[in-house]
Structures are given as structure tokens and as C-alpha cells.
Design a binder for this molecule. Structure first.
Ligand code: T4K
Length: 387
């Protein structure tokens, strides 16, 4: 059999995407929508916004939570409420571009620091080496919902009096040492985008500990308006609407079940790939109730026989839409690479990881047979795929 015949034989008839959203039941959602039709309140912190905020606070067990129309605006405002006028924010290049972008939107300079060896998160020891009087904050990302070294970042925060803002976009449902992962740090931001484990189509939330910070964030996401005749400062429109809030409220009861299903899929992948030389998957993080939001693998070309990019291409040909989260690295994006004021810090671990990473399909409704077939494909590709 030649490669073409092999692919034709193996190909899924329909695309198997990297993720699919967890939807509320139609009955729940439609019944909740009737409130919107009755009241004609579509946005501006109405009924579902309030219900959803309270339900989320309870589910996540966090003191203060402010809803947003997406995670990026929540990140933008998180930095904004700290009132940093100029300087640098140390962050990771191994993230979605939203992370460094919002540092720039705040008029600040991102400094990209390398990630941990054998991990995906910002390395606190390397961060410490980059701290200077220009450093104003640290913004780590809990990549794939894997907890950052929160103790080390907290120690840095105390030692240098620097706020820690976690990009917790991937962490919904993760608990670390018994607490929601998004409750760590000074400020923390969740994303509820359609590709996330828990979604409101577009959406996000800022988690903080101080009521006055929540209040500032609330004003800032609402044009700086405090009441009909009072504008307390410059704001933006970052509000979540009623349709999204009701969607989130209706989905909340399904999250734990979704995580359970993903855990089974995680186990199936681990079993299916365990004897596959050169393919390494992520171990469950310690002290963590994980959310299994992603299933990243790393491809070691020497041991596996073909590169990540060839594997990616072959999977595409077979209708498996795996994704290179996160390639290219943010410090390789021309805008950042060419900005002369951004220190050119070597990030060899992140470089290596970005060349090897591939996220396989992972979502609760992914059929087990698909997982088994994808594992078989990955195991047998090197025999069939010349570079
Ligand atoms: N920080 C981090 C670390 C992040 O990962 C993100 C977002 C943010 C901050 C910003 O948060 P938000 O402002 O977005 O709330 C996606 C998302 O657009 C992005 O939200 C996410 N990270 C990033 C990791 O992934 P794409 O370009 O991969 O999305 P797309 O449209 O290619 O979708 C991927 C797959 O998901 C599709 O192949 C099929 C499935 N899908 C997607 C959509 C939109 C669906 O089944 N239904 C859908 O409606 O960026």
C-alpha cells in the first residue's frame, strides 16, 4: 500500500476538530431565554448577568468575580486597575498572543522569559534574573490548566513588591491544593471562548481578592460609568450580554460531567500512545484536580522518525484537525521580534517546545473509537510517511 492509499483508507469522513464546545441542553437554554424575551433586557448587567456572576462565584469559590465579554478585555482591565503608567511586564512567549498584546495595549513593554524545563509554564528562577527597576508586574500563564509554580511566584511578589496577574484562560474547573487555580495571584483572568472547556461563546472573567479592585474593574468595563450622572474615569465596553450569561448559567451544571468525560479520553490517549516511541504526553499535574482541557503531545523527531510538522500534515490529510498551541512563540511574531525596546532574552526551552508541540482532539463528546483510531494513526504514520 502506498501513502496515498493508506491515507484514503484511514481518513475520517468528517473533520475531527481539536475541540468542540460543551453546550447547555437546548431545553434549559431556551427556557432561560424566555426571560430575555419577556423582559427585553439584552445587556447591561441584567437578570442573567447577576445570576451567572453569583453562580460562578459559588462554583469557583472566589471572593470577587467580574464578568467580561471576552478574556482579552478582562486581561486588559486587570492590568489597567493596577494603574501602572510605564515599564515592563515579564511574561511567557509560550502562550496565545492575547497575553503580550494586552501588555502593549496598556502602553507597557512585554519581556519574554523562558519556560521551565520539562514543563510549559514560565520559570520563576529565570523571571527573577530579569527583574529590574523597570519591572512593574509578572504575568504567568497556567498553560493547558497546568498550575504554575504559584509558591515561587508568590515569593517573588513579596520579595520585589510586584503584582502577579495570572492568565488563567485555560484553568476553568482546575483546583490546586483544594482551591480553584484561578484564585491564586493578585488578579487572575478566565476565558470562556467557544474553544474553552467552559464557554459562553465569547466571554471571560476577572477574579480578584479586593472588593475595591472589583469595583474599579466594574466601572472600567462599563465606560467608567458609576451611575446615570457620574463617570468616574476612562472606561471601555467590556460587558457580557444576557444571551451569553444565560448560556453560561445553563452550562455550569454540566462542567463536572464534561471534565469526567475528558478524563476518560485522557486515559484512553495515554494507554493508546504509551508504547509509541518519541511521542510524549503530559502527566497529570501534582496536587491538582485537573480539567483535561487539552491533550498536548511532544514529538521527538529522533525517536519518532518524523517531525511534528509532518505528523500535523498527515493528521490533516486524515481529517484530524490537531493544533500547534502554541506555535509560533510570541517573541517570534515579527511585531515583537522587531521591537527594539523589547530585551532579546534567549528562550531555548520554549523554542524547543514550540517546535515539538501538538494538541490532539480533546472534548467530552469525542467518540472513544476516534481516540483509538487517532492513536493507531500516530503509531503507524512513521512507517508510511517519508519526510
Ligand atoms: N490567554 C490565553 C492563554 C488564551 O489561550 C486565550 C485564548 C486568551 C488569553 C484570550 O481569551 P479570549 O479573549 O479568546 O476569551 C482559539 C481561540 O480563539 C482563543 O480564544 C484561544 N485562546 C486559543 C487557544 O484558541 P483558534 O484560532 O485556535 O480558534 P479556531 O476558531 O481555529 O477554533 C479551534 C477549533 O475549535 C476549531 O477547529 C473547531 C472548534 N470550534 C471553534 C469555534 C470558534 C468550534 O467547534 N466552535 C466554535 O464556535 O483560537
Amino acid at each position: 500500500m502506498d501513502l496515498k492509499t493508506y491515507i484514503e483508507k484511514k481518513r475520517f469522513p468528517e473533520a475531527v476538530y481539536v475541540t468542540r464546545p460543551m453546550m447547555p441542553t437546548e431545553t434549559d437554554y431556551y427556557s432561560y431565554l424566555s426571560t430575555i424575551w419577556q423582559t427585553l433586557w439584552l445587556t447591561n448587567e441584567a437578570y442573567w448577568h447577576q445570576k451567572f456572576t453569583e453562580a460562578l462565584k459559588k462554583y469557583l469559590n472566589v471572593p470577587e468575580l467580574v464578568l467580561f465579554c471576552n478574556g482579552t478585555l478582562a486581561l486588559l482591565i486587570a492590568l489597567k486597575i493596577l494603574d501602572i503608567k510605564e515599564g515592563e511586564v515579564i511574561t511567557t512567549p509560550f502562550t496565545f498572543p492575547a497575553t503580550p498584546h494586552i501588555i502593549c495595549w496598556n502602553g507597557l513593554t512585554p519581556v519574554f522569559c523562558d519556560i521551565q524545563e520539562g514543563g510549559y509554564n514560565l520559570d520563576p528562577r529565570k523571571v527573577e534574573e530579569l527583574i529590574t527597576p523597570r519591572t512593574k508586574a509578572i504575568m504567568p500563564v497556567h498553560v493547558y490548566g497546568i498550575p504554575c509554580d504559584v509558591d515561587a511566584f508568590s515569593a517573588l511578589s513579596h520579595k520585589y513588591a510586584l503584582p502577579i496577574i495570572y492568565d488563567s484562560a485555560h484553568t476553568f474547573g482546575c483546583k490546586y491544593r483544594g482551591h480553584s487555580l484561578c484564585s491564586y495571584g493578585d488578579l487572575s483572568v478566565l476565558s470562556f471562548h467557544a474553544t474553552k472547556l467552559f464557554t459562553t461563546a465569547e466571554g471571560g472573567a476577572l477574579i480578584c481578592h479586593k472588593p475595591e479592585q472589583a469595583k474599579r474593574a466594574y466601572y472600567m468595563k462599563n465606560f467608567g460609568i458609576a451611575d446615570e450622572e457620574t463617570v468616574v474615569g476612562v472606561g471601555i465596553n467590556g460587558k457580557m450580554n444576557e444571551l451569553s450569561s444565560a448560556f453560561g448559567f445553563a452550562s455550569l451544571t454540566k462542567v463536572d460531567e464534561e471534565i469526567k468525560k475528558r478524563k476518560e479520553i485522557y486515559k484512553l490517549y495515554c494507554e493508546g500512545l504509551k508504547d509509541c516511541k518519541g511521542i510524549q504526553n503530559v502527566a497529570e499535574p501534582k496536587d491538582c484536580d485537573w480539567n483535561y482541557a487539552y491533550f498536548p503531545i511532544e514529538v521527538d523527531r529522533e525517536k519518532y522518525g518524523i517531525t511534528r510538522d509532518i505528523l500535523f500534515k498527515r493528521l490533516r490529510e486524515c481529517n484530524v484537525i490537531a493544533r500547534k498551541y502554541f506555535y509560533p512563540l510570541c517573541n517570534r511574531i515579527p511585531y515583537y521580534a522587531e521591537r527594539e525596546d523589547i530585551p532579546k532574552v534567549p528562550t531555548p526551552i520554549a523554542e524547543k517546545t514550540a517546535e515539538r508541540i501538538l494538541c490532539l482532539p480533546m472534548y467530552g463528546s469525542l467518540p472513544y473509537e476516534h481516540v483509538i483510531k487517532i492513536c493507531e494513526m500516530i503509531k503507524t504514520f512513521p512507517e508510511w510517511c517519508e519526510e
